[in-house]
Design a protein around this ligand. Sequence first.
Ligand SMILES: Cc1ncc(C[n+]2csc(CCOP(=O)(O)OP(=O)(O)O)c2C)c(N)n1
Ligand SMILES: [Mg+2]
Length: 355
Amino acid sequence: MPKKNSMPVKDRAVKAGIATGEEVLPVERCLQIHRIMVLARALEERMIKMSKSGEGFFWIGGPGEEAFNTCLGFQVKKGEGPKFDYLHFHYRNSATMLAMGMEPIDAIRQMAMAWTDSFSRGRNFPSHFSRKAWNVVPVSSVIEVQFAMAPGTAIMQKRHGDGVTIVVGGDAGAAQGDFTSCLLWSSRPGNELPVIIITMNNGWGISTSHCSQHSCEHTIERGKAFGIPGEVVDGNDPVACWYAVERAFRYSRSTRRPFMLEAMVARLNGHSSSSGALRSDEPDCIAMFEDRLLAVDVLTQSKIDQIHSQAHAECDDAVAQVMREPRPGFGDIDKFTYSPSEVDAVYPGDYTGLP
Ligand SMILES: Cc1ncc(C[n+]2csc(CCOP(=O)(O)OP(=O)(O)O)c2C)c(N)n1
Ligand SMILES: [Mg+2]
């Protein structure tokens, strides 16, 4: 057991950063995380507004998951191909993408269904990211299928370098067989896979409560049957999230085996715009983090206000620009369903472009 630090938490925090128990996150890192959390929230709030104003049509996204998702994004080994991490996201990972370097305008283009949308050319729901250069596999709105796909990239990674596969989904989706398939394929004796299996547990599947469907409190308990270790983390606490993500990466990268993480999070704006997207009274990870940053004088209220207004202005400017950009035309309907193939002799081009 590590020795307990006898210094009061506040003094310890002022000296080195923000502390949760024995773990202290350096001030610089806290500020970096806070900025991305605020930007992600501003982006989602602007996209909700778009769904109501006619600038977009349907919204789904991640308010309430910013603390965990930001910590995840900063620790990904980002790049294209087998040497880098592969990411199979769900539709609430905007903060992860921003932490990895996505611009807010990228998400807004998809929300507006613009031709300039680099994830889907204006043909998918918002927050359905996809970026080949970062190994971000296209997000599916059919939930949980990413858990059946993740072992595929992880099998390849077991043979190349130290990259790992990260797969993320909700608590309700974990009831589907795809989740169990992932546990099974990741833990075959002698063929264990370097995959980090993440559940974002907000306690709801649209309007169905977690406790009415699942006999165990935590999804990671199901890993025991497959010999997969795991950890539950307070998804509202960026300090706890940072170190939980770090431990998961260290374990999977070095042992080339699976690890499960479950973040207990809030769902702040309902399931999607179809359920109203109203603000709930669940705990807000940004407000809670700001209280801690204020308490140790790392930030002042006026600096916090400035960070928020800058983030909102950046998103407003992005919407204004996207509204001037082109939309897909009728001629695009048959395009881009499948990638062109260099090796397929029968269908070398775009499959849907065939007569
Ligand atoms: C296979 C499939 N079944 C049902 C749906 C409809 N659906 C969309 S989201 C959702 C709930 C998902 O809940 P959870 O997995 O907990 O994720 P959360 O939205 O809470 O983050 C459902 C049932 C779907 N998209 N795909
Ligand atoms: Mg849920």
